[in-house]
Design a protein around this ligand. Structure first.
Ligand code: FES
Length: 83
């Protein structure tokens, strides 16, 4: 099976796919908290490293009404830089 962008796993802790997250946003999630509640993405034991993807995905949808082709991770000060 080839890699399909929509089934990309965004939250590895809780095994939540991009598709599940997009559905939650389409269903009306407007904040990260809504996404946490609807999908359990972002609240796993890693402390939420996937939030840097959830944030931009949600923001893009709220601004444009569609999901981006690729998710631009928000690395601005959310997590320590790996060297
Ligand atoms: S990867 Fe989503 S909470 Fe850990």
């Amino acid at each position: 099976m080839g890699a399909k962008p929509k089934t990309e796993i965004i939250c590895r802790c809780n095994n939540v796919s991009r598709k599940t997250i997009e559905e939650a946003i389409r269903d009306g999630a407007q904040t990260l908290n809504d996404i946490f509640d609807a999908t359990s993405a972002g609240v796993g034991p890693c402390g939420g490293s996937c939030r840097r993807k959830l944030g931009p995905l949600l923001e893009h949808y709220l601004k444009t009404g569609q999901f981006p082709e690729t998710i631009t991770e928000d690395l601005t000060g959310k997590l320590p830089k790996k060297d």
